[in-house]
Design a protein around this ligand. Structure first.
Ligand code: KIV
Length: 296
């Protein structure tokens, strides 16, 4: 018998209710931290929802940690929507945020609104996230007027990796920090209900979090944000091409998987799998009929 427990879809947290943008707002007002993780598939979403994560981001990090791309630039709308649907089937309570991929919102405001709408209509998401500061304000306003909640994302915005010359921390000079600070205020004014701050100095993130009414979600931005997000494959030790310095690994799934796969190969080599309990039988009389019919 397998000792692996099966995953139930029942929440472990009592009186679990659907998390909405209003809950994000209330949590900020009360000083309750907001937990966010990325997910790209049904079973992961199911487990996250069960343990009570506030929000699941179907990040375009999908491209790197699941699809094996060099960076996030090749991720398409169709790939994002495919994975959003899987996550939406697994999560009933968490606020679901779909990450708008490169070139789905940069060309025109109209395209941005249409593609944002697809995340809700076809992907089952509750909100979208897009990268960039002041240059995105018009698109963000229009997406929100279409009834779609938006999360902003400033600091290290991975879709601009070529502009930055690599995955580099941002906002380390007074001038760069001032620009990020202004962008944060502008994105709040444009109507974002939350803002991701990625790879920026801790004291800048803390200052922005204090000045904004909307909650900030930090990744590599220290403990002064209103919430934290990590890429799940980093947290699980499942993506070892590189691990950013700000990641805490909560598990070593790569090693666990290696062990399990090795054990499977050994069992096959030794002939110990499948065993009797993994094999189904058929009634003797049916077997006899078969034998006579094929003349065996
Ligand atoms: O794509 C992603 O996973 C993200 C997070 C790193 C915030 O944007």
């Amino acid at each position: 018998m397998s000792t692996i427990p099966s995953v139930s879809s029942e929440p472990l947290v009592a009186n679990r209710r659907k998390i909405t943008t209003k809950v994000f707002q209330r949590k900020k007002a009360r000083g309750d931290p907001i937990s966010v993780l990325t997910a790209y598939d049904y079973p992961t979403a199911l487990i996250m929802d069960r343990v009570g994560i506030d929000s699941i981001l179907v990040g375009d990090s999908l491209g790197m940690v699941v699809l094996g791309y060099e960076n996030t630039l090749r991720v398409t709308m169709e790939e994002m929507l495919h994975h959003c649907r899987a996550v939406a089937r697994g999560a009933k309570y968490a606020l679901l945020i779909g990450d708008m991929p490169f070139m789905s919102y940069q060309v025109s405001v109209e395209e941005a609104v249409r593609n944002a709408g697809r995340f809700l209509q076809e992907g089952g998401m509750d909100a979208v996230k897009l990268e960039g500061g002041r240059e995105r304000a018009d698109s963000i306003r229009s997406i929100i007027s279409a009834g779609i909640p938006v999360v902003g994302h400033i600091g290290l915005t991975p879709q601009s990796v070529n502009l930055f010359g690599g995955f580099r921390a941002q906002g380390k000079t007074a001038a760069a920090a001032k620009r990020l600070y202004e962008d944060a205020l502008l994105l709040q004014d444009a109507g974002c209900f939350s803002l991701v701050l990625e790879s920026v100095p801790g004291r800048l993130a803390e200052l922005i979090s204090e000045k904004l009414d909307i909650p900030t979600i930090g990744i590599g931005a220290g403990s002064g944000c209103d919430g934290q997000v990590l890429v799940t494959h980093d947290l699980l030790g499942l993506f070892d091409r590189f691990t950013p310095k700000f990641v805490r690994k909560y598990a070593d799934f790569s090693s666990e998987m290696e062990l399990a796969f090795n054990e499977f190969i050994s069992d096959i080599d030794a002939g110990s799998f499948p065993a009797a309990e993994h094999t189904m039988d058929m009634p003797d009389e049916e077997w006899m009929i078969l034998m006579s019919e094929i003349g065996n």
